[in-house]
Design a binder for this molecule. Sequence first.
Ligand code: MG
Length: 248
Amino acid sequence: MLGLPDGTRACLFDLDGVLTDTASVHAAAWKQMFDEYLRVRAEREGAEFRPFDVTSDYGPYVDGKPRLAGTDSFLRSRGIELPAGGPDDAPDAETVFALATRKNDLVQDKIVTVGVEVYPGSVRYLHAVKEAGLAAAVVSSSANAEQVLRVAGLIELIDHRVDGVTAKERGLPGKPAPDTFLAAAADLGVGKDQAVVFEDALAGVASGKAGGFGFVVGVDRLGHADALREHGADVVVSDLAELLEAGR
Ligand SMILES: [Mg+2]
């Protein structure tokens, strides 16, 4: 029914790109934060304001990177080097930490005000997983995963969550290390051979492969099916609902 190997007891879902389409929210928050800073800086130096470009700057410098690394990487691409700073910096401090914090605040605002898009095929699939009596967990590097699940109306369908907050508390290294997926399976009391990983990122499928999981589903939202297979996906779909059809 689910297009998964016999004996599967748990499904471990990445969140952004697999269940929800939050990439556009992140891109908009990055642009707003960087543009506010670049504008102030340009005015101060009497230089021309050149805004953050979602098409040419988002992919190479910030997409998929942790907040601090993404902030620093883009600034350096513009020849700007700021002190790292720390988590207690004032929001208007001119440090990498302060700018990264501002971006996170904007993401949280947008999740509440703009909302979160869910993939309808993924919602159908989640219902089928629950009906089949399998456990469903979310394994995400995002620190906002709980809020995203709530706003998206998916929280009731998820039995367990290992996210950026729990990973930090438990000292688990992030993807592509397999530790967060392994922790989720262990928490559910399910062997890794009985758990399936669902991922849209190359680092994510690599993490499922490295963890030795029973099966890795690559979710291709970007037209990079071959790369997902090369990084360890056993099957690649462009929508989770395709698995329901395959499982019939
Ligand atoms: Mg993802």
